[in-house]
Write a protein that binds this ligand. Sequence first.
Ligand code: ATP
Length: 259
Amino acid sequence: MTITKPAFIDINQVSVVYDSKKGPVTAIEQIDKQINQGDFICVLGPSGCGKSTLLKVIAGFIQPTKGTCQMEDKLITQPSWERGVVFQDSTLYPWMSVQENIEYGLKMRQVNPTMIKERTESILEQVGLLHVKDAHTFELSGGMQQRVAVARTLVNKPKMILMDEPFGALDALTRLNMQGLTRDLWQEEKTTVFLITHDIDEAMTLGNRVWVMSKNPGKIEKEYQLDYTYQALTDERHRVSVDDKYLTIKNEILDIIGA
Ligand SMILES: Nc1ncnc2c1ncn2[C@@H]1O[C@H](COP(=O)(O)OP(=O)(O)OP(=O)(O)O)[C@@H](O)[C@H]1O
């Protein structure tokens, strides 16, 4: 008898229909996908195709109208620290220092104080914020604030991190730095990442799997399994070589999303 391990995340025939003033809106329809532990999934698609809706189902913020979403064989029915979420404009607490913002979730969960101290120092170092740990978050640049948001999520040691256009508001250079940091943390922490972006290069150079969605109804049109992110991990300057295959896939994606 073969015993098959349950998928880490099992998105099983999920549809979400919102009620709106103009009537029901089908945001996503019959999405059927599995995510493996350790995957870095990047999701691309035109505006309104249901990317954030899918993230909210996995995070447990909303329930599917049809179908189910499970994590390690357990139905996802509510948000959990096991699935940390980072938004483009993650709100930090302005009256708290960087360190206090990061510690807050652990304190709420009544984690032991020695462990809180150890984990917070370690994550501050990993994201390069140790030198500003006592600063207020409003004193930091946008890129640094996003580092705090990522650190605040990772300090909980979530099994999965869900990111909704996390670098959308950052300038090009800061964005590149944050992409590199996210890739390194994914590798170091062996976590699972689900990241929504509008940037095809970002998706192709970060994800080991790229899901491309189309709209009306929102569904996953195509999946690419890529190894550019592993190339970047081993390259001294964290770059990937843009080969013919890369350009062909990028053009295919552009065609699917109708850009
Ligand atoms: N709470 C809601 N009530 C009604 N309709 C909604 C709600 N949230 C989203 N929608 C609709 O569902 C569809 C999918 O929205 P969603 O935000 O998931 O798309 P998206 O791909 O993330 O878009 P974007 O790239 O612009 O952020 C859209 O038509 C949107 O207007």
